[in-house]
Design a protein around this ligand. Structure first.
Ligand code: SAH
Length: 342
């Protein structure tokens, strides 16, 4: 069976080149070709034909097909539905901000976390994405759209820390100076809160931003909407966030989707402020995006305002996330792995 060559780290590719007896500069040439989006080995015109054929007999290059592309009339947000080499599909979204463009990428086909408010988890998880398949979303979105991508958020379909090894590999690839060369400080990784994996990530001391989908300050509320909370409760998660900060020096970003009558009362706001006041962090409030299969509704504007004010009065850093791409179902929690449902 052929192996996926674009998922290989630079050093691994170097080993392969070495084993063919070719000079080391070939590694750099091949790596650059792969990360510029070639579709076949035959496009690697400065590589000797014999080596190209040798690679072709042992490896394949992943190239996703654009199954659907939607552009928002409201804000220029672009959503792609990609078909992967085995026919599975995932989505990514390019968002334009004043300081540059951000792509939101998927890390799994589906998701097994089961959050009550999220469309990406309907139907469960099919499989993990390989490192090259996460990279391809950035690479081919940039090539197709002509939009220079400066930031990446791992906030699409899937739980990045449930696909830990491939995600770490993707980070090394996308960050490589001879590849897309996107700095760690321009990357955010969002998790529903898998404590042991956050600790593992902390040990790598990457300078990325860790976003934690908190959505409630107490176990009773959080367990209702996020099954993962049965395994790692709020206090355990917050302790882990403090460890993460002390190891990496990076402030945590807490995501909090405001859901009408569920997690949006003054009591929730006071408790949230109390619980995170000793954690170097920032709260990103999001008005819940509606998912047609779920009865949950976004909070009313007045409650959102009250909630924000309480956090501010308690000296918590808080911002309200702008909603982009709502006319093309490209907002948080609206991405899906299947065709035709949206
Ligand atoms: N699995 C990871 C990555 C997904 S990021 C995680 O849970 O963090 C997507 C973000 O959008 C998460 O913070 C998620 O909780 C949030 N989200 C999901 N559904 C949403 C919805 N309907 N409205 C607003 N935010 C939502």
């Amino acid at each position: 069976m052929k192996q996926n060559i674009k998922s290989l780290l630079y050093e691994e590719l170097a080993e392969i080149v070495k084993s063919t007896g070719q000079p080391q500069f070939r590694t750099n040439q091949i790596f650059k070709w792969l990360h510029s989006g070639v579709r076949s080995f035959s496009e690697m015109t400065n590589i000797p034909k014999g080596l190209r054929e040798q690679l072709d007999s042992h490896y394949f290059i992943t190239v996703p097909i654009i199954r659907k592309k939607l552009v928002s009339m409201l804000d220029g947000t672009v959503k792609y539905l990609w078909e992967l080499y085995d026919g599975n599909t995932v989505e990514s979204v390019i968002m334009k901000y004043e300081y540059g463009s951000t792509i939101c990428v998927s890390t799994q086909v589906g998701c097994r976390m089961g959050c009550a408010f999220c469309a990406s988890t309907l139907g469960g998880k099919v499989r993990d994405l390989e490192a090259s398949e996460i990279l391809d979303q950035v690479l081919f979105a940039e090539i197709d759209s002509g939009i220079k991508i400066s930031n990446i958020v791992l906030m699409g379909i899937g739980e990045p820390l449930d696909n830990y090894d491939n995600v770490i590999r993707f980070l090394a690839l996308v960050n490589h100076k001879d590849g897309m060369n996107i700095g760690m400080r321009h990357i955010s990784l969002s998790t529903c809160g898998i404590v042991e994996k956050i600790d593992k990530l902390a040990d790598l001391n990457l300078q990325l931003t860790l976003s934690v989908s908190l959505h409630a300050p107490d176990d009773e509320t959080r367990t209702k909407i996020m099954p993962i909370n049965r395994k790692y409760g709020v206090d355990e998660l917050l302790l882990c966030c403090r460890r993460y900060f002390s190891k990496t020096g990076r402030r945590i970003s807490f995501e909090y989707a405001m859901i009408d009558g569920v997690n949006d009362t003054e009591h929730h706001a006071e408790l949230l402020a109390e619980k995170i006041k000793n954690t170097s962090s920032h709260v990103n409030l999001i008005s819940l995006n509606q998912v047609k299969e779920s009865p949950l509704q976004p909070s009313i504007a007045e409650n959102m305002k009250k909630f924000t004010d309480i956090l501010k009065n308690n000296n918590i850093n808080v911002t309200v996330r702008r909603k982009l791409g709502s006319d093309i179902d490209a907002s948080c929690g609206q991405l899906r792995r299947s065709v035709g449902e949206n």
